[in-house]
Design a protein. Structure first.
Length: 255
């Protein structure tokens, strides 16, 4: 089977969704399928920061052909449009199109390309429809197309239920949770990280992931007094690589 994927980003661009998409693509290759991934040049698409120059715009990664194209930016709404994704989806010899990330252009580009070329359409929603006017308009555009998708792959039942409440779940849907290999941890020295930071034995609210403005960790910190009001010895731990937001969160925590 030949597969073309339209995605906002692709590894080595950072992020859990990006790792997931990379693993799905590589897994399809391991099963004997041919995969081409169409993505943008962004490292962080919400800030429109580009991947380093040493990352090829066209490469083979884990058996996947990756093509990264330039985008047109509408900064006011944090929107990007990558016109080449539609033409590449149309021109690529493929049986199936994977459209990734409903809140962004690649999902629409992949969907249009699939429908115009007669290819099967599979959604990987990374469901993010919001209530802002732009997202309401985006939902009206994508909604009718999404309902006619051939299948969808969800991270979790929760994500599938969100889509279902919005009326957009295709008849065929599969839940494929992100996996974590124990091999990553087998050589780590035994240690109690929580004890190291003086919170061992206490109730802990733990956040693991990029320390990035888009993750809205400010909401977690602002909620801390409410939690501590009910659980006085509760501790809050934020762990992950800094993407320019740690200093802001520290100032907010001090306040």
């Amino acid at each position: 089977m030949k597969v073309v994927m339209a995605s906002p980003k692709f590894p080595p661009a950072p992020g859990g969704a990006e790792k997931y998409i990379g693993h799905v693509a590589a897994g399809l290759v391991l099963r004997g399928h041919s995969v081409k991934a169409l993505a943008t040049e962004y490292e962080q698409h919400l800030r429109f920061t580009l991947l380093p120059d040493d990352i090829p715009r066209r490469e083979e990664r884990d058996g996947v052909i990756v093509v990264r194209d330039r985008s047109i930016i509408w900064k006011r709404y944090g929107v990007f449009i990558t016109p080449a994704m539609i033409t590449r989806t149309l021109s690529t010899s493929a049986d199936v199109v994977f459209a990734v990330g409903l809140a962004y252009w690649p999902a629409l580009a992949g969907t249009i390309g699939a429908r115009l070329s007669g290819k099967k359409l599979v959604l990987l929603p990374n469901f993010q429809f919001g209530g802002a006017p732009f997202h309401k308009a985006w939902r009206k555009i994508l909604g009718p197309l999404i309902r006619r998708a051939d299948a969808a792959v969800f991270y979790s039942e929760f994500e599938r239920d969100l889509m279902k409440s919005d009326g957009h779940v295709p008849e065929i849907s599969v839940i494929a949770p992100p996996g974590v290999s124990p091999l990553f941890f087998q050589d780590l020295p035994p240690r109690n990280v929580l004890a190291r930071y003086g919170v061992g034995g206490r109730p802990v609210v733990l956040s693991v992931g990029r320390v990035d403005e888009g993750k809205r960790l400010d909401i977690l910190i602002r909620a801390a007094p409410i939690v501590i009001g009910s659980v006085p010895d509760a501790a809050f731990v934020v762990a992950g690589p800094d993407f320019g937001h740690t200093a802001t969160l520290k100032e907010l925590a001090i306040e």
